[in-house]
Design a protein. Structure first.
Length: 132
């Protein structure tokens, strides 16, 4: 096994922009960890509750099995944080430094925030003093 050669600072910066992530849903990191656990438990609880409601001891087992098979889990998935490169581009465009450049494609988190009525960049909220 050979050691990799010396790394180029420009290449390191490009890799950093691609690999590093920034919070894209507005929670603090601690809140995100708590809410992920909460949402997973919520999905499982709701599913168990629906199954329990389908169980009626007075009916035949075949009917119970048919109704239980129709129950679906609620949908919830974790949202990934946005790549640092997209966040930096968004902030540059917001400041007006990149007015002549074509804006980058919005991330999934940004599109979902727009649908909810919040057109803010991932991880920058005005009341936290992060948008300048």
């Amino acid at each position: 096994m050979s050691k990799p050669g010396p790394r180029d600072p420009r290449g390191d910066k490009i890799l950093s922009y691609q690999r590093d992530r920034r919070n894209s849903h507005g929670h603090s990191p601690h809140g995100s960890r708590k809410s992920i656990r909460f949402r997973k438990a919520w999905v499982n609880r709701a599913y168990r509750r629906q199954i329990h409601q389908q169980l009626d001891p007075s009916e035949e087992p075949e009917q119970i099995a048919e109704r239980a098979a129709l129950v679906r889990r609620k949908q919830w998935k974790k949202m990934p944080d946005s790549p640092l490169g997209l966040v930096v581009e968004w902030r540059r465009r917001r400041r007006g430094n990149a007015a002549s450049e074509e804006p980058p494609e919005p991330s999934t988190a940004q599109l979902q925030a727009r649908r909810r009525g919040r057109d803010v960049p991932p991880g920058s909220w005005p009341w936290r003093g992060l948008s300048r």
